[in-house]
Write a protein that binds this ligand. Structure first.
Ligand SMILES: *Cc1c(COP(=O)(O)O)cnc(C)c1O
Length: 227
């Protein structure tokens, strides 16, 4: 058994899980850097959706763990690594270019499946966060290149807010993405784009994210302990 297990906050998980069920929020348990034993504990409590941000780690965990786990990829994805996760990944949160989308489409086709994706919007002030501007998202969704991709489906957007305690700043970022999401949801419904889910909020900011329209939260450290 791993010595990480003592760090887990199962009471917190149970309450959060109940809250999410009641409010129809999807909970992604972010298990990055944590060993498989920790994932098994949450699995035994009914959690099936887990998020990882490194390809190799995700591939290893997928091999070791129950096959009915829904694996979400939430980190920056390099094109040359898409092929390793395409056979089993359920959802990719972090698509930030048409080139990446084309590669996901190609690998999905090879695996005879359709891969659900979110476009990652850049809402944070920080330079380091990946993601697309709202204009870039509009341009992708209205392009012919995009329309030709039959083996992917854009089912939502993901955003990461600035790392700050400033609630006004966080609200501004979350609500701007929510407005953009609502607008695009009305405008854009095509064979490979049906916007349903807005993935916003992590351990430190998920309450504000939900108040501002999030329907999927990605929670790591407050369930699994610090990394
Ligand atoms: C690590 C990570 C999370 C979870 O962060 P916590 O603060 O530990 O809850 C959520 N989303 C993404 C994209 C991450 O990389």
């Amino acid at each position: 058994m791993s010595n990480y297990l003592w760090q887990m906050n199962l009471e917190y998980f149970k309450e959060l899980n109940q809250y999410c069920t009641k409010n129809k929020i999807k909970l992604v348990a972010v298990s990055k850097t944590k060993p498989k034993e920790n994932i098994e504990v949450l699995y035994s409590l009914g959690q099936r959706v887990f998020g990882e941000n490194k390809v190799q780690e995700l591939v290893e965990k997928h091999e070791l763990l129950a096959k009915d786990i829904e694996w979400h990829f939430i980190g920056h994805l390099q094109k040359n690594k898409v092929k390793y996760i395409a056979p089993f990944v359920s959802l990719i949160h972090s698509v930030d270019s048409i080139k990446l989308l084309k590669e996901i489409n190609k690998q999905a086709k090879k695996n005879n499946k359709i891969i659900n994706c979110f476009l990652q919007a850049k809402i944070a002030k920080e330079e380091t966060k990946f993601g697309l501007s709202f204009i870039e998202i509009e341009n992708i969704l209205s392009s012919e290149e995009f329309a030709a991709l039959k083996n992917i489906k854009i089912v939502g957007f993901m955003g990461m807010a600035t790392f700050t305690d400033n609630e006004q700043q966080l609200e501004k970022e979350f609500s701007s993405l929510k407005s953009f999401f609502d607008q695009q949801k009305q405008q854009t419904e095509t064979a490979n784009c049906k916007l349903q889910t807005l993935s916003m909020g992590m351990s430190g900011d998920y309450k504000l994210a939900i108040e501002n329209g999030s329907t999927m939260i990605r929670i790591g450290s407050s369930i699994f302990g610090s990394r």
